[in-house]
Design a protein around this ligand. Structure first.
Ligand code: BDR
Length: 313
């Protein structure tokens, strides 16, 4: 039975790969809708990019919604320095024809969850958590409808990538992260501590480029573009590949390892705003609210990505 999911995302190249993987795997994911966030680039681009991706995958049956154009409590911080001005730089996808849904993304989340039984939907989160937090504030009754939130977010041992102490998705909207982390909903976090072990080496990208389909060529082009920034920054043999950890974890949890811990987020200090404080060594008796992933089999991860992207047109 496929899992019912709502994808919340700000594509961005790595989110694009994650979305394409989910679209390619209907036996695993019944995608109720894609809610686009402001994050890597502005909402104007993320909602358009999501529509380009469903067209590329031949999955225009999946509705795309626009969520909030900015974080709850502060100005939007974006990452064009990583993703380029459009977020899908490195590809040549045409302007989308499929329309954006008229309903607001937050209202879609609330309406959809209210129609379904308790514990029936997984939130597949690839972006700052603004839209999910807003939905939980507006309609607290929806929390019980969510079986699990699986999110690419946070860092502890690898500290930060947008500031010395904060990971991008949390830093953009720390208040939203705080609301979600305190929601009591079961959560899986895929932080930089695991994505920094999943490097897109030239061999791995070459394999995807040679899948023989348009999606494979597109993914290789996208990742070749976005890895430029990280290769330069870290000097590693490949760049971390963040977004696809979410579908990969949901399809093949056995290739990942982690532990149930407390995670809290810094929302006060200017110096460490958005830092995820992980009680990895269980020093406190704070509630263990998150399954925090730190390990993964990188060959199996890239094999799964190639297998799913290879199914697409
Ligand atoms: C996150 O930052 C963004 O640049 C990536 O797309 C990913 O969502 C990783 O910290």
């Amino acid at each position: 039975m496929p899992r019912k999911v709502i994808i919340i995302t700000d594509p961005g190249q790595d989110q694009a790969v994650a979305i394409l993987m989910a679209l390619a795997a209907p036996e695993h994911f019944e995608i109720l809708g894609i809610v686009t966030s402001a994050g890597n680039i502005s909402l104007d681009f993320t909602q358009k990019n999501a529509r380009k991706l469903i067209e590329l995958a031949g999955r225009t049956d999946v509705p795309v919604f626009a969520g909030c154009p900015r974080p709850i409590h502060r100005k939007l911080v974006t990452a064009e320095h990583v993703h380029g001005p459009t977020g899908l730089d490195g590809s040549d996808l045409p302007e989308p024809i499929v329309p954006l849904q008229e309903e607001h993304g937050v209202d879609f989340i609330i309406r959809t969850l209210r129609q379904l039984p308790a514990g029936s939907v997984t939130i597949f989160s690839e972006s700052p958590l603004t839209n999910l937090a807003m939905a939980l504030i507006k309609a607290p009754d929806i929390a019980e409808k969510i079986s699990e939130i699986v999110m690419m977010a946070g860092a502890y041992f690898e500290v930060g990538n947008i500031t010395p102490s904060a990971e991008f998705n949390i830093y953009v909207d720390p208040k939203a992260a705080d609301i979600v982390l305190r929601s009591g909903i079961p959560m899986v976090m895929l932080p930089l501590d695991v994505t920094h072990k999943l490097l897109s080496t030239p061999e791995r990208l070459d394999r995807i480029a040679k899948l023989g389909n348009r999606a494979g060529r597109t993914v290789a082009g996208l990742l070749s573009f976005s890895e430029g920034f990280d290769l330069n920054k870290y000097g590693w043999e490949g760049a971390p590949l963040h977004g696809p950890t979410v579908p990969a974890y949901m399809i093949r949890p056995e290739i990942f390892g982690g532990r149930q811990v407390n995670v809290t987020v810094e929302i006060g200090s200017e110096l460490t705003l958005g830092m995820t404080v992980v009680d990895y060594w269980q020093i406190t008796d704070r509630v263990r609210n998150v399954f925090y992933v730190t390990e993964a089999d990188s060959d199996a991860y890239y094999q799964l990505i190639a297998e799913l992207i290879g199914r697409l047109p």
